[in-house]
Design a binder for this molecule. Sequence first.
Ligand code: PEP
Ligand code: MG
Length: 582
Amino acid sequence: MVTDAAQPSAQSSTQSGAQSGAEPIIGTPVVPGVGYGPALLARGEVSKDAVGGFGDGGFADAEAALEAYDTAAAAVAEGFTAKAARASGAAAEVLNASAGLATDRGLRGAVRKNLRDGAPILEAVAAAVEQFAGVFTQMGGLMAERVTDLRDIEKRLVARIVGEPEPGVPAPDRPSVLIAEDLAPADTAGLDPELILALVTERGGPTSHTAIIARQLGIPCVVGAAGVLEIATGADVLVDGTTGSVVLDADPDDAREKVAAAAADREALDAWTGPGSTSDGFRVKILANVADGESARAAATGPVEGIGLFRTELSFLNRSEEPTVEEQAAIYGEVLDAFGGEGAQDGGRYVVVRTLDAGSDKPVAYATLPGEENPALGVRGLRLSFGNPGLLERQLDAIAAAAQSSGTETWVMAPMVATVAEAREFSAQVRERGLKSGVMVEVPSAALLAHQMLEEVDFLSIGTNDLTQYTMAADRMATDLSHLTDPWQPAVLQLIAITAEAGQQAGKPVGVCGEAAADPILACVLVGMGITSLSMAAAAAKPVGARLASVTHDTCLEAAEAALAATDPASARAAALAVLEG
Ligand code: PEP
Ligand code: MG
């Protein structure tokens, strides 16, 4: 969704390091579209300067300090309650519980006692929280898990007391441009596209989860924009998710014009209704990446032919215990049901469920191993089943049960597969349950062994985010390595081409479900290499589908050849673009 022109705030401010008249900040563009509106800063911590400057707060007595505490606690609780009202299910429950904890009478009593004993307010709060954290930890179980919430509440209380915005993603009271150092998947997933006009992060690359979720929500997004945290809350910011520019001193008329032009472009793309094919009728499946039933149902209203990647682990990021098979089956069933019914089971619509990709950037408390030195190269994805086979078996049972009751054609694939033996063993377990089996190609070894992998499985799906990370030995989250974490890197393109070629020879489908599929130019190149399906955030389906529909299959073949001949990402892109637009 391209945002409408927001009304910039009346109290627009430029009192920051990013001064009016300064050069635009340039980051990595990840979701096209233009947003213009007041900046809303999400901070991880309360600033040390604000805490230092506040000192003891200069309250007349303990009662005056307690009053300040009560005001802060009420505001923190109100923030949680407002967020809960916009959330649903477990998320709403957690937020309501946090609202209760922020105004807990016992906690207030401990703060009052500390104040009356002469402690300055920030110390009184810290000591009270410490005391409660100790009690919760001793109680163990669910209460022990609430210590994290308690620490989060402490930061929010301190921020309110010293007069700073609360850390984390504040609830916007009007459409705003959200600026953050980086966002946790859970933070980003809760964003309301109606209220967030654009998203800018100082860290993160094009394959970070902030980028993935922003794309899913259709929010214009720029990542890796160094210096954006200097922008003051309330300052009007123009963000261009196509060029990566973040402009602080934009002329308001000019900015509104740009927003309107982006909206018009978007409208033109909206005319594309699928199914995916080149202009001369060469069919390519356009599929959606989803996280849960809600995103699947939303995707089903668009022009996609199914789900190419259901990231199951995203349903469990906040879980401390493994959900039962029945509970998992219900969660997976919601996604499968969105693509069941008419059109399913006839070679038309299908859903690819990925088994738990826990670990590294997506820790799941009940599955991941704590304390790994190098989690991206550690026990992640399918590897978790080596020491805990029941985890995978129960998930496969749940997927099979959901497939059975929904009647939806269900394919299942494993993440982080490196060897043919892994593919063989996984495939046997999936086929035993009557489902189609596949593996993701995310590790270079899997791409190089694509022929042999395809002897074991029914399909391959290339996860270009991780394939790029592991090919280039560059952390997908590292801002300063974003020139390496680029799927246009020649080595990555070569590995994709090898995999696609193996698929063509075996006569089996090879899709791309990483962020590369959402880049309309790269999507045409992938089709030229022989990729049979492109799976992306639902919001990217129209731009990709419309671009593909504008070129012939021969042009895609030529664009692929041109890109593969290049020796760096920029010239690969330029060469492909020249062919596609030539
Ligand atoms: C990928 O690595 O490209 C992929 C699709 O998986 P994820 O982004 O969830 O790691
Ligand atoms: Mg991956």
